[in-house]
Design a protein around this ligand. Structure first.
Ligand SMILES: [Zn+2]
Length: 387
């Protein structure tokens, strides 16, 4: 059997044997030229990327990965690759079904395209729309692949700076995408609240108030803090914001912030209102506010003090959740207090360890519901924590 030539060698041979370099190249020859260039030139110039519209580094990285993979193939496989790609192109250009009208749910028809985006017109209400109308992805310059990458790094606790750098996106773009994702999660929580049941551990943790991204007024009640600085007063003072959390031992986690310093019984009642099942058994550290909560909803409360911990009596699960939240705080180098509850929605979901979380979040931001659609203006104003 003949030894197969490597793609590179074949492509180089093809180049040197081309009798007229100005003659139009066949598709196969063009493909070989790209592969040959990939070996001959440094990475930056390799792929003639200036001729390809890349809205982000993600597309660029994928193309580079694809070309690197193709280089490893023997020449005989190239025809299969070309045939497969041509098939994909054909499939992709086939007419896709018209999505129903997001305003009234009726059937619609195609209504031309603008800037490469297909538009639709409702046959009943006459309104025009695009596929992403009333979704968090509306008006975005980026497609599903980029959103999925941003969701993935958000779930994995990557900071905005690192995300912007690694995906070659502007910081403001990543900020808006991140916050639309967080708002979508927060809205989902309001729409379909987490209900804690059975054995549920509850406790509070504290994070320093952060005015990150906001200019502190001259007459603000405390001195501005340098990055990494500690509280100016000892103990749990007004400089801290509390995060009250509940974790069902074999289930969901939920966290919310409603006040500074130690939360009182009304605060705890506000946090868990609508989030407790009928048969919940509360395990807490003996705080009066949690005992009052148990009394108000007719639940058994087990107080676990430092001395009697062991076996069933512990709050390790909720303390683990708090440690996770604090770890994320360090990864992000703090979270602005006004956005705290948006992040609490994320932390609760991530801590549950759902293997399909990224796809679920993608589904949430693609869901068109005018009640839950979030614009850039919503990012700046909606559901801010003001305490
Ligand atoms: Zn309609």
């Amino acid at each position: 059997m003949r030894v197969l030539l490597s793609v590179t060698a074949a492509a180089q041979q093809c180049l040197t044997s081309t009798p007229n370099p100005r003659a139009p190249l066949s598709q196969r020859a063009k493909f070989k030229v790209i592969v040959a260039n990939s070996v001959a030139n440094p990475i930056k110039e390799r792929y003639n990327m200036e001729n390809i519209t890349c809205r982000s580094g993600i597309m660029e990285n994928k193309l580079i990965k694809l070309i690197n993979l193709v280089q490893k193939l023997p020449e005989v496989c190239l025809d299969d690759v070309i045939e497969h790609v041509e098939g994909l192109i054909e499939k992709n250009t086939e007419e896709k079904p018209v999505p129903p009208c997001p305003h009234c749910g009726s059937n619609a028809k195609r209504n031309g395209s603008k800037d490469g985006t297909q538009r639709f017109k409702c046959k009943t209400c006459g309104k025009t729309y695009v596929k992403t109308t009333n979704t968090a992805m509306y008006n975005s310059h980026f497609g599903e692949a980029t959103w999925k990458q941003v969701i993935m790094v958000t779930v994995n606790g990557v900071s905005l700076d690192e995300t912007a750098k690694s995906l070659s996106l502007a910081h403001s773009t990543v900020f808006n995408m991140r916050h639309k994702i967080l708002l979508a999660l927060e809205s989902e929580e309001l729409h379909d609240p987490t209900v804690l049941d059975k054995v549920c551990e509850m406790d509070d943790t504290y994070v320093l108030e952060s005015l990150k991204g906001t200019k502190i007024a001259d007459n603000y009640w405390r001195e501005p803090r340098k990055h990494g600085a500690v509280a100016q007063k000892r103990g749990v003072s007004n400089e801290y914001v509390s995060i009250s959390a509940g974790v069902q031992r074999d289930g969901d986690a939920y966290a919310q912030s409603v006040t500074r310093a130690t939360p009182g019984k009304d605060d705890i009642s506000a946090v868990f209102n609508g989030h407790l099942g009928e048969a919940v058994l509360i395990v807490c550290d003996g705080a009066a506010s949690y005992n009052a909560l148990g009394e108000a909803c007719g639940s058994i409360v087990i107080n676990v003090s430092e001395e009697n911990r062991g076996g069933f009596s512990h709050i390790n699960t909720v303390n683990g959740f708090h440690s996770f939240i604090k770890g994320r705080y360090n990864d992000y180098r703090g979270v602005a207090t006004k956005y705290l509850n948006r992040y609490n929605s994320l932390f609760s979901r991530v801590y549950r360890g759902d293997a399909y979380l990224v796809d679920k979040i993608l589904g949430i931001i693609q869901f068109n519901d005018v009640q839950r659609y979030h614009s850039i203006n919503d990012v700046k104003t909606l559901n801010l924590l003001d305490i």
